[in-house]
Write a protein that binds this ligand. Structure first.
Ligand code: THU
Length: 143
């Protein structure tokens, strides 16, 4: 079993998100975003937004961090920090909230408001009533 995360300061996690933001590929919106996802075993997974000429293929920084984490075997998460452009609020979008709720319903999220202050919110507060697929054993068979 992996060890639990040593407590990491929100400020340090936000610094990781800011660093991740430097890699953002956002030639269309020019809105660069970085994310840092803290796994319970102490690993920090970084992500940045990756845009595409076919706009709908763009992936947000938060989901890039989550996909990276899951593909490296992490399944339990403690906190996420999101860094956007200075002076612009950068709360995670609804799609990212749903993606995060899949594996980390108890996640704590740090993001900046328009004044540059770090806001701390529980994912459960940002996304009440997240969709959950019924467990297969509970699903009714049809026909
Ligand atoms: N974006 C993120 O990376 N995270 C969010 O939570 C919201 C939006 C990105 C997607 C796109 O590249 C740009 O910001 C503008 O929407």
């Amino acid at each position: 079993m992996r060890r639990r995360a040593a407590p990491i300061e929100p400020r340090r996690l936000m610094a990781e998100a800011e660093d991740a933001r430097r890699a953002a590929y956002a030639p269309y919106s020019r809105f660069r975003v970085g994310a840092a996802l803290l796994a319970e075993d102490g690993r920090v997974f970084r992500g940045c937004n990756v845009e595409n000429a076919s706009y709908g293929l763009t992936v947000c920084a938060e989901r890039v961090a989550l996909w990276k984490a899951v593909s490296e075997g992490a399944r339990r998460f403690a906190a996420l920090a999101v860094a956007g452009s200075a002076g612009r609020a950068a709360p995670p979008c609804g799609a990212c909230r749903q993606a995060l709720a899949e594996l980390a319903p108890d996640l704590t999220i740090y993001f900046r408001d328009a004044g540059g202050r770090t806001v701390r919110r529980a994912l459960r507060v940002l996304l009440p009533h997240a969709f959950r697929y019924p467990a297969p054993s509970r699903r009714r068979r049809k026909g």
